[in-house]
Design a protein around this ligand. Structure first.
Ligand code: NAD
Length: 309
């Protein structure tokens, strides 16, 4: 089966390409990426075709989607602070961009489409765990754009019979996640600072929790969804209900590195949610028996990758 990965030169996408390439059921893998945050070298040594283009380019989508069995749509502007600085840019890439991908999937002939949503759609919704039937309360333009992403996709399933799976990722971490830009996620920021002997910055008191998921677990689940053509009429959390607070993350990192780290606290960031823990019933029903890579093991592998660069 030919698989197209939008955003495949990014963090999750490039890890996903490695998983797809390791499975005999997968034929050609085509990546569409404008390299705005992704990197060509993330795909080094992999037998994939990289098409450097924006997902707004319809002719490119049509050419790449021809003969595809599955589209994994990961391309997006993935940062909350950046969406607050430039909401229209985030909307264009994430909401309008998804619509372009869905239209191209429809033109290609109802190709199975998997889209990346985010736990940020729960936002200010009270209650833990975050089950998919809770109301959504996006607290940032990024979160709103991800709600649009998943519901545009699911509406194509309802109205146009396009087979769709909308996965809500929580805090994914692992190799190839960048640490060196203004909007970097917390684990690569911490690992990078720790390895270079710098101070780690924790926004707020550090007791906010996140349901961290190692990237290999996410990519193995997506790969299974691709091969088994898993679709669902509702969004599905892709996390395992194992939240950790940031001070525990720092303590685990200290343990992995065998050294004490310097931490400073800064003001909490607008748009950030306080607690995040996934309800897992839908995921378990669709992918029974999935065992996530334990947090500490994922952190060790992440540290190893940062050291090897
Ligand atoms: P990433 O920034 O590494 O990957 C996104 C990729 O999309 C990049 O390679 C970028 O160059 C590309 N891209 C952006 N806009 C594009 C456009 N208009 N046309 C073509 N390519 C474009 O981010 P990631 O962490 O790998 O995230 C992948 C997906 O998962 C995103 O949709 C993101 O919203 C979602 N997500 C990620 C997390 C996480 O913890 N990393 C959590 C929730 C949701």
């Amino acid at each position: 089966m030919k698989v197209v990965v939008t955003g495949g030169a990014g963090f999750i996408g490039s890890n996903l390409c490695r998983h797809l390439r390791s499975r005999p059921g997968v034929g050609d893998v085509v990546v569409i990426d404008d390299l705005s945050t992704g990197r060509r070298e993330n795909l080094d040594g992999l037998d994939v075709v990289l098409v450097e283009a924006d997902i707004a380019e319809r002719a490119v989508l049509d050419e790449c989607f021809e003969g595809a069995g599955c589209i994994v749509h990961l391309a997006a502007r993935g940062s909350v602070p950046r969406s607050i600085a430039d909401p229209v840019g985030t909307h264009t890439a994430n909401a309008t961009g998804t619509l372009e991908v869905l239209e191209a999937a429809r033109r290609a002939g109802d190709v199975h489409t998997i889209v990346a949503s985010s736990s940020s759609v729960y936002g200010a919704t009270a209650g833990q765990p975050k089950t998919e039937d809770l109301p959504t309360r996006p607290m940032s333009p990024y979160a709103a754009s991800k709600l649009a992403t998943e519901w545009y996709a699911l509406s194509y399933q309802h109205a146009l019979s396009l087979p769709v799976l909308a996965l809500r990722f929580f805090n994914v971490f692992g190799p190839r996640q960048p640490a060196d830009h203004a909007y970097a996620a917390v684990i690569p920021r911490f690992v990078d600072a720790a390895l270079s002997g710098s101070t780690l910055t924790v926004y707020g008191d550090g007791l906010q929790t996140r349901d961290f998921t190692y990237v290999d677990t996410v990519c193995a689940t997506i790969t299974q969804a691709v091969l088994d053509k898993v679709s669902d009429p509702e969004p599905v959390n892709l996390a395992f209900g194992q939240p950790l607070d940031l001070l525990t993350v720092v303590a685990t990192l200290e343990d992995v590195l065998g050294t004490r780290l310097h931490v400073r606290h800064a003001d909490p960031r607008p748009g950030d949610v306080r607690h995040s823990r996934a309800g897992t019933a839908r995921l378990e029903a669709l992918f029974p028996g999935t065992e996530p890579v334990p947090f500490r093991v994922g952190l060790e592998r992440t540290v190893e990758w940062f050291r090897s660069r």
